[in-house]
Design a protein around this ligand. Sequence first.
Ligand code: SF4
Ligand code: SF4
Length: 236
Amino acid sequence: MDSAERDRRWVEEHLLQHGDMLLYGNLSYEMESVPAQQLWQEFRKVGESYLGRGIDRTRMIHSLVDELIDTLVARDRRFGYPPPFCHKGCCNCCHELVYCTSEEADGIHDFCASHGISIDYDKVQRQLGYVDCDRVKDHTGTTTWHNQQIEDQSCVFLHHTDKFCIIWPVRPLVCRVHLAEETDRYCKPFNGLENPHALGINYVELSYVLSVIFTIHRDSIKKTMGRLLLESKKRS
Ligand code: SF4
Ligand code: SF4
């Protein structure tokens, strides 16, 4: 058996478990151009390090992604590309529903409890009224998010006045990898649909990570962060 076949079998046994590989970001567009051997190798590499870390795995994958982004941005700068526009207080992207894993939601819940941050569950509940797809456990499709009052459209963790993320150290993966170049003007989606002018920065290296994590946590991603937070609260 060659090494690509061994990697594929490992991925089938440990990540897929009779489901499909969920492909994110670049991978969903570039499947045809990525050699199969590379796909299985990368999936296995990320999967092994994540599954091998036990209860610490969410923190590990967050650090890995942060470091990866720093490396990729530094590499791009050496080639003359500007860094992402993203900066503290820049928050157009924080006005849409957010997805995470159930373990990330538990981590956020614990972080808030230990830092005296009270989560506005009434707002979470109101927001869920505008996310039909969450109710039927299917995260695809449009929402009626922008029918909400303007103040309800922002994430419950966005600081009211200073517009920074109050759970920054434990923010979900999707928030970490969401990067834009040049401007924040097109970063606000509308009812779940990306602005067609959005200038996102998509690194294939991050797509491998997201694909593996959301394949492992396929049940979590059928729900929004709000739904998962309510479940964490119930469990605590
Ligand atoms: S993704 Fe857009 S809105 Fe969000 S921090 Fe980056 S530039 Fe700002
Ligand atoms: S968790 Fe933080 S970074 Fe993510 S959407 Fe909410 S406020 Fe923005």
